[in-house]
Design a protein around this ligand. Structure first.
Ligand code: NDP
Length: 334
């Protein structure tokens, strides 16, 4: 059983030696436990936060512990009548490892849906889709005709946010890195406009693409991109603060909006949220998302990197943008 162990807290970008892949023996099962062979590992920007000891929304991974991460797997040995061998399960937060021991009651069965690959449960029909859904609907509260801006728009969460906002009748502008991602947004996902923040001035582009201002800013990036969008937000606009990926590799605090007074003058609602806050409402979110996926109204992509041994290198792609859609590691074949 290979496991990635956090050896030291990264400073800045993750470096060789911050994590180590070790071989361990899988423990004997007790009654009520199952051995899960992990199939896919979700790689998430928040893994970088969990590796640090900054103030955060749940305890960090301790040095010496197996790195934490969302997985989906198949029961390979069972001492539980509820979870027989062959059951596909989602233990929620598992580890960066080949196998995990899971106690019954701590793993959700994942049904194989016709025409829906398992990877969907790690993306649009998993925490990614639910993050987009609850952040947009519960905090953004989109109304038809409003203008919605989303950053990291071609990413896993952002691409779903924009499509859900289009389904609500909004005008949607995505901010993403590079012409290829921007084309995907406008030509395939139906966004009304896209801004390449690497080559364009975001503020100037917004003046052109959102002449009536911004009613919802679904914020995934923080920093300069966020600052430019806040400068265009309307009276009583809303900003679901989902992520600030531009600062996850930073050491120490980063500057906030340059003109925080705008929040007062324009009565802007800024609300941070974490998808687990919505755990009691996950079934409601899934009931909304599943038919949209089945009906082809929500498009999504998974970027699957093969091999647990490549997990650390692959995580870096989230910070360079060198991936298309939800970043996953295939740990073992289905
Ligand atoms: P993505 O698939 O969006 O991948 C991250 C993307 O962020 C990259 O592809 C890159 O896109 C962009 N990016 C990285 N660094 C920068 C930077 N310095 N400036 C601008 N853009 C950058 O990942 P997710 O969809 O999983 O996550 C998106 C955001 O949502 C993250 O901030 C994450 O922490 C947050 N999140 C929050 C959750 C919550 O519960 N609150 C749950 C899940 C995610 P590009 O090529 O366009 O630059």
């Amino acid at each position: 059983n290979r496991q990635w162990i956090l050896r030291r807290r990264p400073e800045g970008e993750i470096r060789q030696g911050d994590l180590e892949l070790v071989e361990t023996v899988t423990p004997e099962l007790k009654d009520g436990e199952v051995l899960v062979r992990n199939l896919y590992l979700s790689l998430d920007p928040t893994h970088r936060i969990w590796m640090s000891d900054r103030d955060q929304y749940m305890p960090p991974v301790e040095v010496g512990e197996v790195m934490r991460g969302g997985v989906i797997g198949v029961v390979e040995q069972s001492r539980s009548a509820d979870l027989p061998e062959g059951t596909i399960v989602n233990p929620g937060l598992g580890g960066w490892q080949d196998y995990g021991v899971v106690t019954e009651g701590h793993a959700r069965r994942t049904p194989r849906l016709a025409g829906v690959p398992l990877t969907a449960h790690m993306s649009v029909l998993g925490a990614t889709g639910l993050t987009a859904y609850f952040g947009l609907m519960d905090i953004g509260k989109p109304q038809a005709g409003e203008t919605v801006v989303v950053s990291a728009a071609a990413g896993a969460v952002g691409s779903i946010v924009g499509q859900l906002a289009k389904l609500k009748g909004c005008r949607v502008i995505g901010i993403a890195g590079g012409p290829k991602k921007c084309r995907w947004l406008t030509e395939e996902l139906g966004f009304d406009g896209a801004i390449d923040y690497r080559s364009e001035d975001v503020g100037e582009a917004l003046s052109r693409l959102a002449p009536n201002g911004v009613d919802i800013n679904f914020e995934n990036v923080g920093g300069k991109v966020m600052d430019a969008v806040i400068g265009h937000m309307n009276n009583f606009s809303r900003m679901p603060l989902c992520g600030m990926i531009s600062s996850y590799n930073a050491e120490g605090p980063v500057p906030g909006p340059s003109d925080f007074g705008r929040v007062l003058m324009h009565r802007i609602l800024i609300k941070g949220f974490i998808v687990i806050d919505y755990l009691p409402r996950f079934a409601e979110g899934m009931a909304e998302l599943a038919p949209l996926v089945a009906g082809g109204q929500l498009k999504w992509k998974a970027h699957v990197v093969d091999g647990l041994e490549n997990a650390v290198d692959a995580l870096g792609r989230l910070f360079t943008g060198d991936h298309e859609g939800k970043l996953l590691v295939r740990i073992s074949p289905e």
